[in-house]
Design a protein around this ligand. Structure first.
Ligand SMILES: Nc1ncnc2c1ncn2[C@@H]1O[C@H](COP(=O)(O)OP(=O)(O)OP(=O)(O)O)[C@@H](O)[C@H]1O
Ligand SMILES: [Mg+2]
Length: 467
């Protein structure tokens, strides 16, 4: 009794609590306090639970797995059941369209288009096996300095107990991507300081469709395959695992086509650099060569461009924004050069190259891919008309015609004719007479290389448009 009255006397609590306004206010305040406390507690608990119970994987757009994961996400999934199907419905989609214009002439625009739907930005839920995976695709408002593209990420979250599902997801996504690129060759080109696929992967070009002179193709293919099987040999001896090839010769002899076909044969991609491209500098080239895409053939077209450049520098002291000769040499085997590499250089002007380039480690093998020979002309004929010219009689007539025209370097009287044609020209002739052998024989003069002078009238019939 005494205690009570003392407490009441000390704080006047009784009196205060008797006051209905105060009691109400106090009650509300304590409720608010409790709610705030509970909320904070819940947030801490949720954060802890998330940390403890969930696993996150973040994939950025720069990672090669990014497009794989997106296509994996857009895979159709088998009847997930009523609840799962409601939960995992994706409402925001983005579309990637590819068009092909193979329609008959005159129809105008693209004849076929394929639409590829991917989960859009935002949050989605997918189910893989028994695990639910929360997906968050986000676009950031910062951008990649090299390409100017905004940063993007995809974040996958699942329960800790289901963390092993990610291994499955990634390997399945990779398998899907590999299957989509089966039978295709990806060509990479430099975009900014990075490699990016140049268009869609192309259909592999069969090696048999490139016709080089007897034994030439076999010697390069054999050498590349031998090199590929000897990685350990190089490692054991401490030699950088690199090999370089230089293909030179006149335009249209099949150099680029051969490299593309070889990449297909080896199941490699092609990483292409154009040395005369504006903005390609020595530093950039060196940097790009240190981070070549895996399993790719490096292709440096028109290697002579770097040599022309050196001459420019000699006269005016300025090299322009292209690669210089020493820049090319350093990129190929300077200290910073990548450790593993197969490089192909091509040029139409071997005489402009410097002997310093043709040195083991930079270029180990040099081959001339020259004008069309009799052997090549015969093989090309067989590829185009082999199924109709069963007894080869027309092929012999065609070759005889080319002999008469002196297109293999000698005239019928045995004197040198100094006249040649290219495999590209032969292909052009056959393409013009797809199913007309006689037409190809009759118009074989078109294979005679013609030098156009300014002011030359274009000969009648030289440029035909399909009817
Ligand atoms: N030896 C060949 N076998 C089959 N096709 C060929 C051959 N040579 C040229 N062609 C055809 O001619 C076209 C041009 O060939 P390609 O681009 O490979 O020539 P290139 O030697 O790289 O020429 P350039 O030196 O001008 O770059 C292609 O369509 C290709 O199919
Ligand atoms: Mg070429």
């Amino acid at each position: 009794m005494t205690t009570e009255s003392t407490a009441g006397g000390l704080f006047g609590l009784d009196a205060l609590l008797d006051n209905p306004v105060f009691a109400g206010g106090f009650g509300l305040a304590s409720l608010g306090f409790a709610a705030a406390f509970a909320r904070k507690g819940a947030m801490v608990a949720a954060a802890t639970a998330r940390r403890r119970l969930l696993v996150n994987v973040e994939i950025s757009k720069q990672d090669p797995a990014y497009p794989w994961i997106l296509s994996w996400l857009s895979q159709p999934r088998e009847n997930p059941g009523f609840i799962a199907s409601r939960l995992t419905r994706i409402h925001d989609l983005s579309v990637t369209t590819t068009t092909a214009s193979q329609g008959p002439p005159g129809t105008g625009g693209p004849s076929s288009a394929s639409f590829f739907l991917q989960p859009g930005y935002g949050r989605h839920i997918v189910k893989h096996g028994s695990a639910y995976i929360a997906v968050n695709r986000e676009k950031h408002n910062t951008a990649n300095m090299n390409t100017g593209e905004p940063h993007e990420i995809v974040q996958l979250t699942t329960l800790w107990a289901h963390r092993h599902v990610f291994e499955e997801v990634f390997s399945e996504a990779h398998r899907l991507a590999a299957k989509a690129n089966e039978g295709k060759t990806t060509v990479f080109s430099a975009r900014g300081m990075d490699w990016a696929p140049l268009g869609d992967p192309r259909k592999k070009r069969p090696l048999g469709s490139v016709i080089l002179d007897e034994g030439v193709k076999e010697s390069i293919v054999g050498d590349v395959q031998d090199f590929l099987s000897r990685q350990q040999w190089y490692v054991d001896r401490g030699i950088p695992y690199r090999r370089g090839y230089l293909l030179f010769g006149p335009p249209g002899s099949g150099k680029s086509s051969f490299i593309q076909a070889l990449a297909g044969e080896l199941d490699f991609s092609v990483a292409m650099v154009n040395l005369s491209e504006m903005g390609m500098t020595d530093d950039k080239l060196a940097f790009l060569l240190t981070k070549l895409p895996k399993r790719s053939l490096l292709l440096l077209e028109d290697a002579d461009a770097a040599f022309v450049n050196r001459r420019q520098r000699d006269t005016d002291g300025y090299s322009g924004a292209t690669v210089t000769f020493s820049g090319l040499l350093n990129a190929l085997d300077g200290v910073a050069a990548g450790e593993e590499r197969i490089a192909f250089l091509t040029t139409n002007h071997i005489e402009r190259l410097d002997p310093a380039l043709i040195r083991p480690g930079r270029v180990d093998m040099m081959l001339r891919i020259g004008e069309a020979t009799r052997f090549q002309a015969a093989q090309m004929w067989d590829r185009f008309y082999g199924d109709v010219d069963l007894d080869h009689s027309n092929r012999e007539r065609f070759l005889k015609r080319l002999d008469e025209l002196g297109l293999f370097g000698v005239n019928p009287d045995g004197e040198p004719s100094y006249r040649h044609t290219s495999t590209a020209a032969i292909q052009g002739l056959f393409l013009f007479h797809k199913s007309d052998m006689q037409g190809s024989i009759d118009t074989a003069e078109a294979l005679i290389p013609r030098k156009f002078e300014a002011g030359d009238a274009v000969p009648e019939g030289a440029i035909k448009t399909p009817a």
